[in-house]
Ligand binder design. Structure first.
Ligand SMILES: C=CC1=C(C)c2cc3[nH]c(cc4nc(cc5[nH]c(cc1n2)c(C)c5CCC(=O)O)C(CCC(=O)O)=C4C)c(C)c3C=C
Ligand SMILES: [Fe+2]
Ligand SMILES: [Fe+2]
Length: 345
């Protein structure tokens, strides 16, 4: 398979032909390149113009986005990013963690000659640019791996769209596979259970309840047939079963609501408020839908969630880290990826 074509058959000036390698491209959502107004605005513009994310008809959405949202939101979002920014590397935490996942996975797969790279759906490094780079390194079979355990058109499908847009413009595109959602994969549930158990053992309090908080979606997307809501519920149930916990020890909720339309319920903030007002003193939150800690887990849940809980009478609060580049997280990623590329090796 890796045998070169007979030498000397290419016309003069033809670029060298390299092929025969398998590649894995980890993809996540992406972050702004800086915490200034214009960097955040550029990022939000690309993100919120995606038809998979915002399904409001154009040109109405163009007017709302450019007239209102991109005038007001960048400052607020920039402030939030400043609170979690990796100042050492001058980049968002999602970027730092995804790069590290890619480097650690590359080490684990190096023995099989697999090339591992990473890219972001919005901002840099772009998915198309990294596919081109992998092809130039000789990858003629690439696994596109959007790191979203639960499928949503607004996340998984749009990451794949970006890959397909690039393939469409190539003379000799690599063969591709895409990583299916892994919301109910035992390797994923095991990694979550292990991380949760270890993290809880390290706390100086025992939570009365653990909230499983997933990023929300407009309720309308569920009605239109998106399986995301169902995937989130299944993950929560399987994790609860794996831990042998009763129903009320691990409860589902949805965070990061955007806009005024109804989103998936129950909402994180209302849930935390109600629990604290109802007399709960000790609470922990796990965010199984995020493969890496990011703005939404670090600022919204770890920081603001804790404030909300305490302001309403709660006392002890903890946000459990995402799988990130941890040993259980990397073991799971290696397992998922190896299964997909096995037929190519
Ligand atoms: C994990 C799954 C995610 C789903 C589903 C999702 C849907 C979704 N998000 C928005 C709007 C915003 N999301 C923002 C940040 C953000 N979202 C996810 C993941 C999912 N989004 C992540 C990992 C992040 C963090 C990125 C980072 O750099 O850390 C933002 C930007 C921040 C802000 O202004 O609040 C917006 C906006 C919509 C509309 C949506 C579904 C339709
Ligand atoms: Fe989001
Ligand atoms: Fe948010």
């Amino acid at each position: 398979m890796n045998e070169p074509a007979s030498p000397g058959h290419l016309p003069a000036g033809h670029p060298p032909v390299r092929f025969g390698r398998v590649g894995v491209l980890l993809a996540n959502l992406g972050s702004p390149s800086g915490t200034d107004f214009w960097s955040v605005r550029r990022y939000l513009k690309q993100f919120l113009w995606d038809h998979r994310v915002i399904e409001v008809a154009r040109p109405l959405w163009w007017l709302i986005l450019n007239g209102v949202i991109l005038t007001i939101r960048p400052s607020k979002t920039a402030h939030a990013y400043k609170l979690v920014w990796n100042t050492e590397r001058d980049e968002a935490p999602l970027i730092t963690i995804t790069r590290s996942q890619s480097e650690k996975l590359a080490e684990r797969l190096a023995g099989d000659g697999i090339v591992v790279d990473w890219a972001m759906r919005y901002g840099e490094p772009a998915i198309g640019e990294r596919i081109e780079a992998m092809k130039a390194q000789g990858c003629d079979r690439i696994l596109i791996a959007p790191l979203y355990p639960q499928y949503a058109a607004a996340t998984t499908a749009t990451a794949n769209d970006a890959a397909f847009d690039t393939l469409k413009a190539m003379r000799w595109p690599p063969a591709v596979r895409t990583l299916p959602p892994y919301h109910d994969d035992p390797a994923y549930i095991d990694a979550l259970a292990e991380t949760l158990t270890t993290s809880l053992a390290g706390l100086d309090f025992e939570p009365e309840t653990v909230l499983a908080s997933f990023h929300g979606l407009p309720r309308e997307y569920l009605d239109k047939g998106d399986p995301y809501h169902c995937h989130c519920h299944k993950t929560t149930r399987l994790l609860r079963e794996k831990l042998g916990w009763p129903e009320d020890r691990l409860r589902i909720c949805f965070q990061s609501r955007f806009g005024r339309a109804e989103w998936l319920q129950p909402y994180f903030e209302e849930t935390v408020t109600d629990l604290a007002k109802g007399g709960m003193k000790r609470l922990a939150v796990i965010m199984p839908g995020f493969s890496a800690d990011c703005l939404e887990t670090l600022e919204e849940i770890a920081m603001r969630g804790g404030e909300t809980f305490r302001e309403n009478g709660g006392e002890h609060y903890a946000a459990i880290p995402c799988l990130n580049d941890s040993e259980p997280g990397m073991r799971m990623l290696e397992h998922l990826v190896r299964r997909e590329v096995a037929g190519w090796l």
